[in-house]
Design a protein around this ligand. Sequence first.
Ligand SMILES: Cc1cc2nc3c(=O)[nH]c(=O)nc-3n(C[C@H](O)[C@H](O)[C@H](O)COP(=O)(O)OP(=O)(O)OC[C@H]3O[C@@H](n4cnc5c(N)ncnc54)[C@H](O)[C@@H]3O)c2cc1C
Length: 253
Amino acid sequence: MSVQRKQTDVAIIGAGFAGLGTGIELKNAGIRDFVIFEGEEGVGGSWRTNTYPGCACDVPSHLYSYSFEPNPNWPEAFSRQENIRQYIEHCADKYGMKPFIRFSTRVTDATFDETKGRWIITTSDGQITEARVLVPATGALSHPKYPDIKGISKFKGKAVHAARWDASIDLRGKKVAVIGSGGKSRSGRGRGQLQPPAGAAVGGDQPGAGRRRGRPDADEEDRDPSGLRRPPAGRQAAPAARPLSRLPRRADR
Ligand SMILES: Cc1cc2nc3c(=O)[nH]c(=O)nc-3n(C[C@H](O)[C@H](O)[C@H](O)COP(=O)(O)OP(=O)(O)OC[C@H]3O[C@@H](n4cnc5c(N)ncnc54)[C@H](O)[C@@H]3O)c2cc1C
């Protein structure tokens, strides 16, 4: 039995910051013939799947937001995962993106047919979609990468990946080994890193690894002393005051 092919002008893979932003800009430009394929059940991408304790951004929230949707209500200068997830959810609702998204639908194959000049996209629900333009906005940090360590399958304790946190795990009184020395692993020393509760003994850390630019590390410095509810003009004023080499990265750039 042949599968009936759907047709669309633009196919976007992923409903994180990048995919949603693309969809919103297409709609703003009057283009409505597009679809967003999202493997998860909701929007947010890495800010939906990363829920470990202490998960937060390390770029000031006034900058780490869409240029067309400034948010004067960020609760902290470097907001936490749940606030960022809610912001993305708000944007998806406000700009009417959800009807364009096929949730729980993974793209399993995408091949460009040169004779037709179209992408042939296969999804996990068995459907095939043809598109003129394909926008892969699949990110990287929502996909857990498990370390290939000899004997790891025999480990008797609980093991959890930062991108698939198990909220039922109680770390109090436990010895915790962190594998990896990137940004998330500098346990408990700054915003955005895994912050186990008091009473957990954490090892495996490398001081200085994954050190961030553009954000203070101390919690008390994380609060914007001039007040967070400033109008969005603050988002332009902040980077201009810094040397170019220290400019924070922007999600919407
Ligand atoms: C804890 C943490 C802190 C971070 N802090 C910062 C920061 O301070 N500043 C900064 O600039 N960046 C930061 N990042 C990086 C962050 O991932 C990016 O800024 C941004 O959110 C990436 O958005 P994205 O849309 O490109 O990708 P993602 O958010 O990863 O979204 C990709 C989406 O594509 C979907 N997808 C992937 N493959 C498929 C497929 N085959 N079929 C269907 N759907 C698919 C995924 O399910 C996901 O929803 C941080 C990330 C984490 C995890």
